[in-house]
Design a protein around this ligand. Structure first.
Ligand SMILES: Cc1ncc(COP(=O)(O)O)c(C=O)c1O
Length: 365
């Protein structure tokens, strides 16, 4: 007997999530002294300074277990979103919420619906729980088709995962399409609005899913501290849902799922409005610069609402490898079904310039 013979076939067939290449790995493998990483949609400015200060102060107490109820952070987030604290669920990164939802609501015979080319964890979490994933084709290549998503829901659907903005295309769906989907949503379906890049969106038509928690439908809104607050390494995310949904999530999470350092980071980071402002300014300037350069170079791209941009470069894997050797890490998109594309995270001004130079050289090679 082998261990893989003892698990669900959907689990045995899984390929683990492939993250962006870490900087240290590139330094080790290719001996490149000053690589830059624009591969994981991180905050190029670094962590929010107020979060760093709070984490430093919290270090002295790490002999103690964290507050398993995440009380202070839930209170603070509840006040920010004007909801009761029993509607906030804290997690070790928002990815944990996805896994717990799949664990709770899926099993063999049931399915989850999501968009093709969406965040890879939806398919992974679904398969890990033994559910079937239904990936619905995008419209015009890169845009959500929420009507087709509604049509793909059946009696065995329990979850609909929607990343808005979507990773890696960077596009959004608008209020009218979202409201049409909600109107068609059967009672037995939980809709997961994964808003990891919420703060970056400036389009007035962008729906805030928190406005739609009216008690009639099962909506889970997910947000993260990994992006705008620059705390990806600390692993903190959260969900806002009904008290009943939060209770279910609490039953299946591990007891101390957010570290004391993570909780301190949230308490400090949420007050760091200056860091948020600077991050948005750097991102907007970076997107404008990259889009301008791509146009100049004749590189097709998808206009982005987030902190990354999808660009069509031909043989994505080959261009990625060439850029790696120049010390620039981006993300090839073959695994997402787009072998001709790279996903490029917005960096600091100098990093964006170096990215453009490396891309131009890699395309000319
Ligand atoms: C759409 C989407 N959701 C969730 C996450 C995960 O965020 P976290 O770091 O909170 O687990 C990401 C990270 O890249 C993402 O792109």
């Amino acid at each position: 007997m082998k261990p893989q013979d003892l698990v669900l076939p959907t689990v045995a067939a899984l390929n683990p999530y492939e993250p962006g290449k870490p900087l240290e790995e590139l330094q080790r493998e290719l001996g490149i002294g000053d690589p830059i990483k624009l591969a994981s949609n991180e905050n190029p400015l670094g962590p929010a300074p107020l979060a760093v200060a709070a984490m430093r102060a919290a270090l002295a107490d790490v002999n103690r277990y964290p507050d398993g109820a995440n009380w202070a952070v839930r209170e603070k987030l509840a006040a920010r979103h004007r909801v009761a604290a029993d509607r906030v669920f804290m997690a070790g990164g928002s990815v944990e919420v996805l896994n717990l939802l799949a664990f709770l609501f899926l099993r063999p015979g049931l399915n989850a619906v999501f968009s093709e080319h969406s965040f890879a964890i939806y398919a992974l979490a679904t398969a890990a729980a033994g559910g079937a994933g239904r990936a619905v084709a995008m419209r015009d290549g890169f845009y959500f088709d929420l009507d087709a998503i509604a049509a793909a829901i059946d009696a065995d659907t329990r979850l609909v995962f929607l990343d808005n903005p979507t990773n890696p295309a960077g596009t959004i769906f608008k209020r009218a399409a979202w409201e049409r989907l909600l109107a068609r949503l059967p009672e037995h379906v939980v809709i997961v609005a994964d808003e990891a890049y919420f703060e970056f969106v400036r389009d007035p038509g962008y729906p805030d899913s928190l406005d739609y928690h009216d008690g009639r439908r099962m909506i889970v809104t997910m947000r993260t501290f990994s992006k705008i607050f620059g705390l990806a390494g600390v692993r903190v995310g959260y969900a806002v849902a009904s008290p009943e949904m939060v209770q279910l999530l609490n039953k299946v999470r591990q007891p101390f799922n957010v570290t004391s350092i993570g909780q301190a980071a949230v308490l400090g980071g949420l007050d760091d409005h200056d860091h948020v402002r600077r991050t948005l300014a750097v991102n907007a300037a970076g997107i404008a610069y990259l889009e301008g350069e791509f146009r100049r170079m004749g590189v097709a791209y998808v206009p982005s609402h987030a902190n990354f941009i999808l660009a069509e470069v031909g043989d994505g894997r080959a261009v990625y490898e060439r850029m790696l050797r120049m010390g620039v890490i981006v993300r090839p998109m073959g695994g997402y079904g787009w072998p001709r594309h790279l996903r490029i995270s917005v960096g600091l001004e100098a990093e964006n310039r170096r990215l453009v130079e490396a891309l131009a050289a890699a395309l000319a090679a």
